[in-house]
Design a protein around this ligand. Sequence first.
Ligand SMILES: *[C@@H]1O[C@H](CO)[C@@H](O)[C@H](O)[C@H]1NC(C)=O
Ligand SMILES: *[C@@H]1O[C@H](CO)[C@@H](O)[C@H](O)[C@H]1NC(C)=O
Ligand SMILES: *[C@@H]1O[C@H](CO)[C@@H](O)[C@H](O)[C@H]1NC(C)=O
Ligand SMILES: [Ca+2]
Length: 792
Amino acid sequence: MAGALLALGALGALGALGARGHPQCLDFRPPFRPPRPLRFCAQYSAFGCCGAERDAALARRFAALAARVDAGEWAACAGYALDLLCQECSPYAAHLYDAEDPATPLRTLPGLCQDYCRDLWLTCRGLLGHLSPEAALGPLLDDPARLCGALALADADYCFPRLLVSERLNAGLGQVRADPRGCLQLCLEEAAHGLRNPVALVHARDGTHRFFVAEQLGLVWAYLPDRSRLERPFLNLSRAVLTSPWEGDERGFLGLAFHPGFGRNGRVFVYYSVGLGLEEWIRVSEFRVSEDDANAVDHSSERIILEIEEPASNHNGGQLLFGPDGYLYVFTGDGGMAGDPFGKFGNAQNKSALLGKVLRLDVSSPEGGPPYRIPPDNPFVGDPEARPEVFALGVRNMWRCSFDRGDPATGVGHGRLFCGDVGQNRFEEVDLVRRGRNYGWRAREGFECYDHKLCANASLEDELPIFAYPHKLGKSVTGGYVYRGCENPNLNGLYIFGDFMSGRLMSLREEPETGQWRYSEVCMGRGQTCAFPGLINHHHPHIISFGEDEAGELYFLSTAEPSATAPRGVVYKVIDPSRRAPPGKCQIHPVQLTVKSRLTPFVPKERFIRRPESTPRPPTAAPRRPPARAPTRAPRRPTAAPRAPTPRPTPRPTRRPGGRRGGGGRRRGRPGPRDPAPPEGSVRLARPPGLSPGRGRVEVFAGGRWGTVCDDAWDSRAAGVVCRQLGFAHAVRAAKRAEFGEGRALPILLDDVRCAGGERRLLECAHAGLGRHNCGHQEDAGVVCSHRAPEA
Ligand SMILES: *[C@@H]1O[C@H](CO)[C@@H](O)[C@H](O)[C@H]1NC(C)=O
Ligand SMILES: *[C@@H]1O[C@H](CO)[C@@H](O)[C@H](O)[C@H]1NC(C)=O
Ligand SMILES: *[C@@H]1O[C@H](CO)[C@@H](O)[C@H](O)[C@H]1NC(C)=O
Ligand SMILES: [Ca+2]
């Protein structure tokens, strides 16, 4: 007895370390809450593996058994019969019947604890022959030691009835599991792969349950509900789209949205970068689906809705959404570079500029009419200082926004607009966007002042984020969705988002009493948590986007290599291993379509990775709490991460399409380790090649490394030297103040550069000394070169 207690004590300690049970049903999937209480196995009404049908079948078996056993014995044994039959409904049924491994045969009787088994043998052994069809059981019935040995379980903690009282197995059963650090344990299912910087996953809201995935290059692929992909693209804009293979190019095809009436009108809207002459623009266009193929757009149907010139190649925004009001919401970036330097106080705070805004357009006008109208209740209609398209301002580079569908039962939350706004140097934020509000940039970054003068202005009246996190947790937020799907009831109301740089998945949940947002990191389930067939427990680190399918199930898109030409992107579906919806509840009935293209069936490639239960990761400091604001207004106090988040492997310093931390506008991929060292004094321009070569940030190779140049003395003579060194006859101008982005990954090698003009190489000009500088990357110098003489 003492021995058994000791063993139990040891198991208890294991439990405290986080080794939790793994609830699983005989169909190998997580348990659920039956829609109605069970009539027979009532014990498992709150949570288990039986619905009404299974429960009724077990009740029939019980009745049949009663008919076969004589009345006296039945009086003593009915309780055992009920116990033994109903274990199929236990949330640990897979353990009780040895079913976790689908390759081994199921037991016909649940695993029993030894004392229970002996009692059963003493009073009701006759029952066993009726309960199990196994012939092998017969000879054991005379020998309790052998019988109970055969009915024992390898992991005694799971045997019936001990599992009913096990703290380890019952604490938090049926709720989303968190590891000892508070990190929510979720799992994934692969839904698509081989995608090149997949920037968006959307559905058409037309009953077909297709989903569409857009690649940054300008291709959109249609997938059927069984995840097979049509070989012919739905849309191919690659010829018009401006992008490049360089990791971190933020230009390209950035977003698309189906018109809410797409099923009737076939209208679909896209957002992409284009080169017009030497300028770069963003364009919002409308296409119509082809008359003779529901799975392809009519490429000749493009109608331009809006074009905005982009003064730099980063911060291009890119989200398009239709609101519950039927209007088209367009999310632009601030135009690029660092610190929103355009005009007197930047674009984002300038209501006359379309950059750095959320715009709202009425695109319901018939063909032949204006491409859009202004919704009459847009907040700045009639303000001569503002563009009437503006819906909200103070935006740096909102990257991925979503409307909350609302609680499926109560509708709570419906129509709220969530965005991730990518930060500058310090904070990434999540905003709840409301009509007419100012989201602070460039006065404020996260909760803190960025431009102190603008920030001090009482008329700023900006809306604080609902959450912000510092750069040690990630450097480029990717906004997500409030989960409102059917298959994972525990996730209802959880806002799940991520970070492109650190690969961190995160979540916020609103506390209904206080309106505060509680942060929890999301981790891949540890140990056995994700060991369900078809689930995986890892993902690629560069989280580019989130998406919902037509049924509201949640996906995210990430890649191992963030280049628009690298087919390393995967679509993952988010799965809660702790609880599923009851069987039958989430069935979909897709409208059938004629498919004219060939189909590529989906074969998942990613595999579950079996790892030993990992030791807890070392703690880091908690993210900063937001500072208390001036007490003039009382905004809802946002919740910063309450727990110390866990560190991740050092993120690779690459960027994703659409948005990122620094002011970096144009930058080349870093040379690979095998690139031969260039000659001392070489220069290069950090900018994707393509549209207009000869423009970019200057990088110079000296002392065995590449570095940047500071601009305080930077002038057209220095630019001329660089341009000639690169083979251009002329310099159009010297670019200052990180116009072509900040080369933060590199050291600053040259400062105070003064050229006479005749030097052959930049290094021959006077300078402060290699690596000596008193400037920062916000002053990185660039050039615009030309083969032709600039016009006087
Ligand atoms: C997309 O269009 C481009 C240029 O128009 C063409 O070269 C390419 O093959 C097309 N891609 C597909 C998959 O059809
Ligand atoms: C605001 O933006 C408009 C349009 O880009 C520009 O013409 C104007 O000069 C800007 N205003 C300020 C104060 O910078
Ligand atoms: C504060 O902002 C308002 C509106 O943008 C502007 O008119 C005013 O000049 C600003 N005040 C200061 C002190 O900068
Ligand atoms: Ca803000």
